[in-house]
Write a protein that binds this ligand. Structure first.
Ligand code: ZN
Length: 252
């Protein structure tokens, strides 16, 4: 059992939230009851996840994608009202960690996607705009791009969209979870053979082809399921909480 205050201040420090300029507030976004026994984690604080957390008897909900994004309409109406009403009626706190959770060297989305794909980060890199949350690794031996696509499919339970960047095998590979397709140019500049992110956009295909770097879009949701699970498990152990990760299926 933990007090909400202890849980939040420990997690804020662990993820070093003060070091990030983010698109949303990190930490406690919605305050619920003062004691936390049961922690539920999930990728996005959607209505479906809020309802599942209520049904699971959660005291607090831990997510990667919370609320109050920069530039969104701040009014509490419609979809936002329904989500907040669900949390507030059940006295459930919402803890959200965005970039700090992408970046954490052990529990973060990128570190944990590395674990899932059998890649151990040797260095971190940025895209020239955002923080250095992408990483790269060297495979013990070169593999074909189609073999690597199969490895992603097996690890994530979902085939990636594969854009060939030539005929070369993969030895050095970069990755960044979520909507990190823009990091492909930095990956190409580093001379990596391939790059994996969650989402793809139209220009990503041209960069892959013209810069000669294989590209895999492995899914925004699929690549960002692991950080919050690792963090939830860590907090459960640290504070003696019950923890459950609830996966709300999302094909994007
Ligand atoms: Zn994301």
């Amino acid at each position: 059992m933990a007090t909400l205050n202890d849980l939040v201040s420990y997690t804020n420090g662990l993820l070093n939230i003060a070091a990030f300029q983010d698109y949303c507030p990190n930490g406690l976004q919605v305050e619920g009851r003062a004691q936390v026994h049961k922690l539920v984690s999930g990728v996005t604080a959607s209505q479906a996840l809020v309802e599942a957390a209520v049904a699971a008897g959660a005291d607090a909900l831990l997510v990667h994608h919370g609320y109050f994004w920069k530039g969104e309409d701040p009014c509490v109406t419609g979809m936002k009202r329904r989500r907040l009403a669900g949390l507030l009626a059940a006295d459930i706190s919402l803890l959200a960690y965005h970039l700090p959770l992408d970046a954490h060297a052990e529990l973060g989305n990128n570190a944990q996607l590395g674990v899932v794909l059998g890649l151990s980060p040797e260095a971190w890199f940025a895209d020239g705009r955002g923080p250095a949350i992408a990483c790269h690794a060297t495979l013990p031996e070169a593999v074909s791009a189609t073999a690597f696509a199969a490895r992603i499919a097996a690890a994530l339970g979902r085939p990636p969209q594969f854009i060939p960047g030539g005929d070369h095998p993969i030895r050095r590979i970069g990755w960044c979870t979520g909507a990190a397709q823009g990091y492909i140019e930095a990956a190409a500049a580093l001379g990596l053979d391939a790059f994996v992110s969650g989402e793809i956009s139209e220009p990503t295909v041209h960069v892959a082809r013209e810069c000669g770097i294989h590209y895999f879009a492995a899914g925004h949701h699929a690549t960002e399921r692991y950080g919050v699970q690792a963090l939830g498990a860590h907090l459960a152990q640290r504070f003696g909480l019950e923890h459950r990760f609830l996966d709300i299926e999302n094909p994007a």
